[in-house]
Design a protein around this ligand. Structure first.
Ligand SMILES: NC(=O)c1ccc[n+]([C@@H]2O[C@H](COP(=O)([O-])OP(=O)(O)OC[C@H]3O[C@@H](n4cnc5c(N)ncnc54)[C@H](OP(=O)(O)O)[C@@H]3O)[C@@H](O)[C@H]2O)c1
Length: 328
């Protein structure tokens, strides 16, 4: 028997319960992996609360790193003994050992330790597809301004550094002055405390009245309206999360009135539907981390047994950078 975290119903952090589970052999296309570290992500909160509903009982967690123990029929890119890391469906990474689909599991380069691997796969692959594939019609060129909300968080700190490496002028928003300083120290060109300042006015000021080419918005409900006011004509509103709640329905006509804007709602899991696309994105992430241009900041560590507290702190906006769960 091994330890895993399960929920029996959607609800608060108290629903996260440690249980003993029996883990079997991998079937075709699957592996069994023993985790050394597990990544915490805001999507785990959506799964727990039911914003993204799950069938019960449910595992939680979509990111981890560890050692492959066994591979099922047809798995050729991994073998027993390989160090590996992943961002993958289905939820269930909060555990010691699991059987899971192999498709999104990548070999972890020797230079990247398990904790870093667990802290960077879901957040780093997200920053990758946002900055490299979620682009305005004429693309992004060095010197272009983009706005990135919640920039001191897990995805945010990776995006700040990666945007700088790409030559972009990233305008960060964050919920405290200390978080703004952190974003600046990680490559943001400007930082705005959106709890004390009008971020749309500041963006206009910073861009000389022009606005930004892309807004990357994972905050959702609280930032949506003002984010649209930050865009230049034909700019792209890239919505990718709902930390403050989902964006309410809106009338498309308003996009015309605000400058013929584009809107997209992206999810990582559309980008990693094949082994090839997953590996290509992971290779890009591994390279930018190995080069030192992107450093993975693990600012919080909790034992798997303290997973309830980890969720409380993430939801209370107490965390910065990446958070990992350590195993007993
Ligand atoms: N679609 C995708 O493919 C995808 C993939 C990964 C992540 N995401 C999304 O990207 C966002 C960042 O994920 P993450 O795991 O790296 O989390 P995170 O950024 O480390 O934590 C979320 C941050 O959101 C901000 N926030 C604003 N309003 C909030 C509210 N009402 N309640 C809680 N937090 C609030 C907080 O920063 P401040 O205090 O600075 O405001 C908080 O620290 C999440 O919304 C997540 O769902 C989407």
């Amino acid at each position: 028997m091994t330890l895993a975290v399960q929920i029996r119903q959607h609800g608060g952090p108290e629903e996260l319960q440690i249980v003993d589970v029996q883990v079997g052999e991998p079937g075709p296309g699957e592996i069994r992996i023993r985790h050394h570290a597990v990544g915490l992500n805001f999507i785990d909160v959506y799964h727990r609360t039911g914003l993204y509903p799950l069938n019960m009982p449910a595992g939680i967690g979509m990111e981890a790193a560890g050692v492959v123990e066994a591979v099922g029929e047809g798995v050729t890119h991994l073998k027993a003994g390989d160090r590996a890391a992943y961002a993958s469906q289905p939820p269930g990474s909060y555990c010691e050992v699991r059987v899971m689909p192999a498709k999104c599991v990548c070999k972890l380069p020797d230079a990247i330790d398990f904790e870093t691997g667990a802290a960077m796969m879901l957040k780093g692959l997200t920053a990758q597809y946002l900055l490299k594939k979620t682009l305005p019609v004429q693309g992004l060129q060095p010197g272009d301004h983009v706005l990135f909300h919640a920039a001191a968080g897990g995805v945010g700190l990776i995006a700040c550094q990666w945007a700088k490496a790409l030559g972009l002028q990233l305008i960060a928003t964050a919920g405290s002055d200390a978080k703004c300083q952190l974003a600046l120290a990680n490559g943001a060109a400007h930082a705005v405390n959106y709890n004390t300042e009008d971020f749309a006015a500041r963006v206009k000021e910073i861009t000389g009245g022009k606005g930004v080419k892309v807004v990357y918005d994972s905050v959702g409900k609280d930032t949506w309206d003002k984010s649209l006011d930050c865009l230049r004509p034909f700019g792209l509103m890239a919505s990718f999360g709902n930390a403050s709640g989902p964006v309410p329905p809106f009338a498309p006509g308003m996009l015309g009135a605000k400058g013929s804007l584009y809107v997209t709602r992206q999810t990582l899991f559309s980008h990693i539907t094949t082994r090839e696309s997953t590996q290509a994105m992971a290779d890009d992430l591994f390279a930018v981390v190995a080069s030192g241009q992107v450093k993975i900041h693990i600012a919080q560590r909790y034992s798997l047994r303290d997973v309830q507290q980890a969720h409380r702190d993430l939801e209370a906006r107490k965390t910065t950078g990446s958070t990992i769960l350590t195993l007993p």
